[in-house]
Design a protein around this ligand. Structure first.
Ligand code: PMV
Length: 334
């Protein structure tokens, strides 16, 4: 066993197909250059101790899942539970019953549609498997993080843990695994955060309810979502930013039709389009969180400013080709 191991995993944006991916439709998703870090160390007690710097909570789980808070009281349990589930799944896969201490450090905004919870679970699972020098594959890390996502919401498609594990730009379909895409262009994306936190599970339930009430209508919306992905794959291959932008606008309209947008998101999206973006849409579960805009390179600063003037927090992002990775440690670092 090592004395220390650090791993990291990227955040993501969904270009096309969020929500429809829960219903076995494909989605196109891109890892972005913003990462969650997990540092793991051996722990004498047989406990799994998790500390989150960014959320300012920490607590200890026994192997059977009992929780003792250290910082942040019992409310902290709900936030740390998915991380515990991912770590425990790794220990179980390797037939190990050991204590570990994991420190999370992430600057990915939470509950914003950027896949923060999956990135943290993926990084934690990788840090622990590297610490214990376990023979764990990327697929195992993905499966461990998928178990953790089931705590976050009942019926996850797996798109978040998949992109955080594998990185790059992928087409994802539940049960089919991933298909890598290469793009013949830079994808100058601006992310705009509304600052409104929302619960992914509640937004997923909302779509489920719409589908139950209007199955004929909603199934056709989802079929259109699938067509967007098909046309989108080709447009991405060609690096045809204009078509990608158009498809983003259409995809956003479909999400709007299902009640997933709101006034704040719309304000940011319209500001981005007015500033010259090829297209803009909400990304992730909707109801708040983030939107993305694809901009001509020479307009990108206007788009950032327009989103900020409309009340959002905007930043430019780029693809992260690397998924989960174990960080190289300096010999004396601890
Ligand atoms: O993690 P979020 O909030 O970006 O949403 C994940 C994407 C959904 O399609 C809404 C849910 C899922 O499990 O795929």
């Amino acid at each position: 066993m090592k004395r220390l191991s650090v791993a990291s995993a990227p955040a993501k944006v969904i270009l096309f197909g969020e929500h429809f991916v829960v219903y076995n439709k494909p989605a196109i998703v891109m890892a972005i250059n913003m990462r969650a870090y997990a540092k793991s160390k051996p722990e004498e007690s047989q406990k799994i101790i998790i500390e989150s710097k960014s959320m300012n909570i920490s607590g200890a789980f026994t192997i059977s899942g009992d929780y003792q808070p250290i910082i942040g009281g019992f409310e902290g349990k709900e936030k740390l539970l998915p991380i515990y589930v991912a770590i425990k799944s790794i220990l179980e896969r390797a037939g190990e019953e050991r204590g570990v201490r994991v420190e999370i450090d992430s600057t990915i905004p939470v509950a914003a549609g950027l896949g923060s919870s999956a990135a943290v679970s993926v990084a934690s699972a990788a840090a622990v498997s590297s610490l214990l020098e376990l023979n764990i594959s990327r697929e195992d890390i993905f499966m461990a993080a998928l178990e953790a996502e089931r705590i976050v919401h009942e019926n996850p498609s797996g798109v978040d843990p998949a992109i955080s594990t594998y990185g790059g730009l992928i087409v994802y379909r539940k049960g089919d695994g991933i298909r890598r895409l290469s793009v013949d262009a830079r994808l100058p994306l601006v992310v705009g955060d509304t600052g409104i936190k929302r619960v992914t599970g509640e937004m997923v339930l909302l779509v489920g309810e719409m589908r139950r009430r209007y199955p004929l209508v909603v199934d056709r919306i989802m079929d259109s979502g699938e067509a967007i992905v098909d046309v989108g794959v080709e447009a991405l291959r060609r690096g045809d930013l204009k078509t990608i932008g158009d498809l983003m606008n259409i995809n956003h309209a479909l999400l709007c039709a299902l009640g997933l947008s709101n006034e704040t998101i719309e304000r940011l999206i319209h500001a981005a389009r007015r500033a010259g973006a090829f297209g803009a849409k909400l990304t992730g579960a909707g109801g708040g969180g983030c939107m993305i805009a694809l901009s001509p390179p020479d307009r990108i600063n206007y788009v950032v400013r327009a989103i900020e003037n409309a009340g959002g927090r905007a930043f430019i992002t780029d693809i992260s080709l690397e998924g989960v990775r174990v960080e190289v440690q300096q010999p004396n670092s601890a």
